[in-house]
Design a binder for this molecule. Sequence first.
Ligand SMILES: C[S@@+](CC[C@H](N)C(=O)[O-])C[C@H]1O[C@@H](n2cnc3c(N)ncnc32)[C@H](O)[C@@H]1O
Length: 262
Amino acid sequence: MDTRLSSAQQPGPRGEGPSSPDGWSEAEGTVQKDDTSGPAGDFNSIEPSLHSLQKFVPTNYASYTQEYYLFAGKKIVVQESIESYGAVVWPGATALCQYLEEHTEELNLQEAKILEIGAGPGLVSIVASILGAQVTATDLPDVLGNLQHNLLKNTLTRTAHLPEVKELVWGEGLEQNFPKSTFYYDYVLASDVVYHHYCLDKLLTTMVHLCQPGTVLLWANKFRFSTDYEFLDKFKQVFDTTFLAEFPASSVKIFKGILKWD
Ligand SMILES: C[S@@+](CC[C@H](N)C(=O)[O-])C[C@H]1O[C@@H](n2cnc3c(N)ncnc32)[C@H](O)[C@@H]1O
């Protein structure tokens, strides 16, 4: 199922767009740099107490689009930019959102503690928050501004728990920043974090670090390259792995991993 709304379904120009939880409305299309409807401008309309949550400098892409999605009965608007891998919603994210909304009760997402790695523009974290989870969305420093912008816009008055945003660079400072004694997650979520890049070993190290007894890792990925299957082989060596779902139209597969304990 394609859950990105088609342009025919998308709202029209400014004023006809969706009402957000906090009453804003968005124009469809590209927002140019310096336009006050960009990330910095939008924060100005958020009530003062929430300014403290704007810990990250707004991401400075030259242009943005507003993309609309429908999950968990809510219209979700995500500010995206083709200028960064981390500012576009990938097919693994929409597949994982669909899986989460279809299995909310079985996964017991209400109040579940969730960390997402490589959250990008944040669609999965937004949907998990709307479904009742306590979410920490993580990524590289340069995408956190746009990530936080999208999370706030879509969760502000819709969720019991406002999601958090934290920097997490794979393989770096894991025990310092996410000590196992303090940080426990019911779920670690990852969508389209495996593709042709040079941090695959660090990614696996990160997945292992974040999982403790009882943690379930849900990994959705579009399988494109032989390196994706090589990563899957390594993943299976350290995680008891269950194949959960396949989305043939997008070549996305979803796996559940539970860390092996010797
Ligand atoms: C292909 S995008 C997927 C984004 C999002 N999960 C989705 O499916 O729409 C990969 C994400 O991993 C992040 N990433 C890449 N290398 C990383 C690293 N070394 N440490 C942390 N995050 C990284 C990118 O910034 C980006 O947000």
